[in-house]
Design a protein around this ligand. Structure first.
Ligand code: NIG
Ligand code: FE
Length: 419
């Protein structure tokens, strides 16, 4: 509503994530922690953050709604999950069991499981069913504090089926209070029923699907999986060139099992290169010199039982590190960003500031969103609130300290007490 004002507080701490660099290492002493704070919200945006008592004195006689919090609360910017695949049909529990009995992700894919299995299940689902499933999974994310979620297509793998997925994501976005950011991942793998080469398939998608995405305003982001069993760097070159010429933003599934993808991400000035579990010092150095955000996906490492993205090395080389859940039915079924980010921090020796940056403003940058990911005047009033007296408790509990409240655009969208 136009002109609505709210004052929320007092918070023991507001960690605003302001004044921090987009790239490189960050120490916890660099965090701005505002104690005994209140947040004044106007029309869904942060208007002011300061001492609660002062803000209360200034605004209590006005038409400002006062949301008075009892007990200890710590507030962070709403979390941003910059990489998910939560629009899908079916389950891949069988793949998980097979992997844990010794088969590799690539072996399972070659034997007919893997991504193709989910494509088959997704094609069987109606658009409305897919939208409903996406809504249900996104609700789980929002209860864990995520207020912006990227969602990829990539389990349709034909013009019509990719469109069905992107319409389902659009429908889900209209239902949900959180923001879904759609991405077209038609270049996830060569569909097994396609009669032609990888090059033919990519040309068809570029020529026939890209214009539709524009016309129907379904997404402005194009992703590709560069890997053995998916697409090579050479095959993706012309595809990304076309996407760039048409004004799409680029993101890449890069260096997951073998290197090559991160170089393409840099060449095409991608917003992000995601995965990077296989990146060596050479790729890390090149990424750090570029503007590409390196997105670690600890959920995929946990789901596949493999090594984490070399996050410490990326930060020490001066790179920008985001952390995302990669929530998908195959490699990353858990879908709990805060838990995964906390575990990555423990294994990779990341400061709290680096982990929190990776799931707030650095993740927002990976989505090219400059209106969120930190709390300052003019930014979206997307808030995640925990019942604790110190922010360091949040990652210490490794995701087990759940948010008590989540606010989106200045509205309360989740209250654990009422759930
Ligand atoms: O990011 N690596 C490729 N794509 C997804 C997995 C998709 C799947 O296994 O269904 C990922 O891990
Ligand atoms: Fe992924």
């Amino acid at each position: 509503m136009a002109g609505t004002k709210k004052l929320i507080g007092p918070f023991r701490q507001v960690v605003s994530m302001t004044g921090l660099s987009l790239k490189g290492a960050i120490s916890d002493t660099e965090l701005t922690v505002i104690s005994d704070a209140g947040i004044l919200i106007t029309d869904g945006n942060v208007n002011a953050i300061g001492k609660f008592s002062r803000l209360l004195n200034n605004f209590k006689e006005t038409d400002t709604e006062i949301v008075h919090l009892e007990g200890d609360h710590v507030c962070l910017p709403g979390l941003v999950d910059a990489h998910t695949h939560i629009c899908y049909g079916g389950s891949r529990a069988k793949d998980y069991a097979l992997r844990n009995s010794g088969k590799t992700y690539l072996e399972i894919a070659k034997a007919g499981g893997g991504i193709w299995d989910t494509v088959t299940q997704t094609r069987k689902a109606t658009k409305d069913k897919l939208a409903e499933h996406t809504v249900n999974l996104a609700k789980r994310h929002l209860k864990n504090g995520t207020t912006t979620l990227e969602v990829k297509s990539g389990y349709g793998l034909s013009i019509d089926e990719e469109l069905k997925m992107l319409y389902a994501i659009k429908e889900a976005n209209e239902i949900l209070p959180v923001d879904l950011i759609p991405t077209c991942l038609a270049a996830h793998m060569l569909p097994k029923d396609y009669k032609g080469s990888e090059e033919d398939y990519l040309a068809e998608i570029g020529n026939l699907l890209f214009p539709k995405l524009r016309e129907e305003d379904l997404t402005h982001r194009i992703d590709a999986f560069i890997e053995e069993n998916a697409f090579s760097a050479e095959q993706i070159g012309p595809y990304f060139k076309k996407a760039r010429e048409m004004g799409f933003d680029i993101t890449v599934h890069a260096d997951q099992f073998s290197t090559g993808g991160s170089k393409v991400a840099i060449q095409f000035d991608a917003l992000s290169a995601d995965h990077l579990e296989a990146s060596t010092q050479k790729e890390i150095g090149l990424l750090a010199k570029s503007n590409v955000i390196a997105t670690a996906l600890p959920g995929a490492s946990l789901g596949l039982g493999c090594n984490f993205t070399p996050a410490r090395k990326i930060l020490d080389a001066g790179g920008a590190l985001a952390i995302a859940s990669d929530h998908n039915p195959g490699s990353a079924p858990m879908g709990d960003l805060l838990t995964q980010a906390a575990l990555l921090g423990a294994f990779e020796k990341l400061s709290h500031a680096e982990v929190l940056a990776g799931i707030t403003f650095r993740a927002a940058a990976a989505l090219n969103l400059s209106d969120r990911g930190l709390l300052a005047k003019g930014y979206l009033a997307d808030l995640v609130i925990f019942r604790t007296s110190d922010y360091s408790e949040i990652l210490y509990h490794q995701g087990n300290l759940k948010p008590c409240m989540v606010w989106k655009n200045g509205e309360l969208i989740f209250d654990r007490q009422k759930d």
